[in-house]
Design a protein around this ligand. Structure first.
Ligand SMILES: C[S@@+](CC[C@H](N)C(=O)[O-])C[C@H]1O[C@@H](n2cnc3c(N)ncnc32)[C@H](O)[C@@H]1O
Length: 230
């Protein structure tokens, strides 16, 4: 009979909000859950939409191979790995992760699932809030990829509402180069957020992608392009 593994490997406080992440091994997969929230925040079992966030955003750029990309947050590293597959040797990917232990978990056995993208010489890990880097960005990035919660409402961090507010989106627009793309991951569509992106000055596209292979649950992605000449 096959042995079943269901083991709590570690736990980590989420800085600033008193919440906690739990890191499990469940059979051959790893999961990260938020205490008090039903369901997984992340799992290694499927990452199609996390990959697509980077792939579809970077394909919209003129010069992907030299792109400067900002990702928030690291999670299990799948979005980071997908971005690294597309940017060339002159590219650079900064990844902000709020919870220091998440960075450590990516350096352990779980990191093998995404191919240890944190160890890539083009990766720069910032332990802290991605909003800090957005606010100090000023025309620095070709793409900003946000997957911090289940969507544009804070889950791991109530203060993430600031990221997805009008002010946060204006800061993201300013941190992008003209023609740059802000991509946002969500479990669900959110019409007020789509309108907010438009009001912040972006040209907005939306796309649904399967969570796993070509059937079942679909996730919602926004691709918001900063117009040229702004
Ligand atoms: C859903 S996971 C990201 C999954 C990731 N796309 C992947 O491919 O595995 C969300 C991550 O964002 C982190 N996070 C949440 N808010 C953040 C913030 N404001 N700045 C940086 N990281 C944040 C969480 O700790 C968590 O590791």
């Amino acid at each position: 009979m096959r042995m079943r593994i269901n083991k709590l490997l570690d736990r980590a406080l989420i800085p600033g909000n008193g919440g906690e992440l739990l890191f499990f091994q469940r059979n051959e997969d790893y999961t990260i859950e938020v205490v008090g929230v039903t369901g997984e925040l992340m799992t290694t079992a499927h990452h199609n939409s996390e990959d697509a966030l980077a792939e579809l955003a970077l394909k919209k750029l003129k010069n992907t191979s030299e792109a400067s990309v900002l990702i928030g947050g690291l999670g299990m590293g799948f979005t980071l790995a997908a971005a690294l597959r597309l940017v060339g040797e002159k590219g650079k990917v900064v990844v902000a992760e709020l919870v220091p232990q998440v960075v450590e978990w990516n350096k352990g056995p779980m990191g093998e699932r995404a191919g240890y993208p944190v160890n890539d010489p083009r990766t720069f890990v910032h332990v802290g809030d991605v909003l800090e880097l957005i606010r100090s960005g000023q025309g620095r990035y070709d793409a900003i990829l946000l997957d911090t919660d289940n969507g544009p409402e804070g889950l791991t961090q109530a203060s993430n509402d600031r990221l997805y507010s009008h002010r946060g989106l204006r800061s993201a627009c300013e941190a992008l180069k003209p023609g740059g793309v802000l991509a946002v991951w969500s479990t669900h569509p959110h019409d007020p957020f789509t309108r907010r992106l438009g009001m912040a000055g972006f040209r907005v596209e939306e796309q649904k992608v399967f969570a796993h292979r070509n059937k079942g649950t679909r996730h919602h992605l926004w691709f918001a392009t900063k117009p040229m000449g702004r």
